[in-house]
Design a protein around this ligand. Structure first.
Ligand code: NAP
Length: 264
């Protein structure tokens, strides 16, 4: 099981393709000859990515601007995909953002919008598009979780919880869909220098030391290679892999107070 072969009447849907990891994921797929449907809110940025990729790789690139945190936005996106007459045979569910700060100090509206984007949109698009892949007996889905999915994160409570949902969903779908010809891989990066940190704000304390940081292009390359190999979970970058093991296995009674002290 691996990535479906590119074909004229199918495309890869990449959400959050206007910046950061999403742009590099789109680059990886375009280089493999996949037509693309790029989604995010900023149409101008999507247009720049589309122009770059169609010129460099000669692939069809459609842009469909949408606010994925709104159910109406997602339903409208699915209608517009139908109108294009393309099967979505690869879904890269990447759009998401984080919020740094203590739970009761964050803006409630932003917390709820984040849950709608990081959880509801990921669920909605997978639920809408996976049945078609299963019916055709071929498809690939990448879900963007985070190293924050492996343990609670003091100072990023909601974000870590949304990514724990994504990891749990992704691991189960991997098992449920593999007999139907659909590969599901969950990507769990550590910190990556993207606009993510402008939106989230810096995490308090030294919880992301220098060796943990990876480049977006490397993360995207490892992600697509993992998808091609049918891996269940990809944790790119060796120091992050180690930290993810510690995050999974350190008793919470030790981990949480250490994180809390680091944040002071
Ligand atoms: N950077 C990190 O350190 C890191 C680490 C682990 C996991 N991740 C995960 O990686 C994914 C990509 O993040 P990134 O680092 O590449 O950050 P980024 O550069 O900020 O990219 C986020 C993307 O999501 C899109 N987006 C945000 N809100 C949206 C909305 N309401 N509707 C549609 N699209 C929306 C943004 O586009 P518009 O603003 O144009 O809508 C942008 O294209 C996220 O799921 C993030 O949680 C990031």
């Amino acid at each position: 099981m691996s990535l479906p072969q590119p074909r004229a009447d199918a495309a890869a849907l990449v959400t959050g393709a206007s910046s950061g990891i999403g742009v590099d994921l789109a680059r990886e797929l375009a280089a493999r000859g996949h037509a693309l449907i790029l989604v995010a809110r900023r149409e101008g940025k999507l247009r720049e990515v589309a122009d770059e990729l169609s010129a460099a790789h000669g692939v069809r690139v459609e842009i469909l601007p949408a606010d994925l945190s709104e159910r109406e936005g997602r339903l409208d996106l699915l209608r517009r995909i139908d109108e294009l007459g393309l099967d979505v045979d690869v879904l890269l569910n990447n759009a998401g953002y984080g919020l740094s700060g203590r739970f009761i100090d964050l803006e409630e509206d932003r917390q709820e919008q984040m849950i709608r984007l990081n959880v509801e949109a990921v669920h909605h698009l997978a639920r809408a598009l996976a049945p078609g892949m299963a019916e055709r007996g071929s498809g690939a889905i990448l879900l963007l979780a985070s190293i924050a999915a492996f343990q609670p994160v003091v100072g990023m409570s909601d974000y870590a919880a949304t990514k724990a949902f994504v990891l749990s969903l992704g691991e189960t779908l991997h098992e449920e869909l593999k007999s139907r010809g659909v590969t599901v891989t969950t990507l769990c990066p550590g910190p990556v220098k993207t606009e993510f940190w402008d939106v989230a704000g810096e995490l308090e304390g030294n919880l992301n030391p220098k060796p943990m940081w990876a480049k977006a292009d490397k993360v995207a390359r490892e992600a697509i290679e993992g998808l091609e190999k049918g891996h269940r979970v990809v944790v790119p970058h060796a120091p992050v892999k180690l930290a993810s093991i510690a995050g999974r296995h350190t008793p919470r009674s030790l981990l949480l107070p250490i994180m809390k002290r680091a944040g002071k």
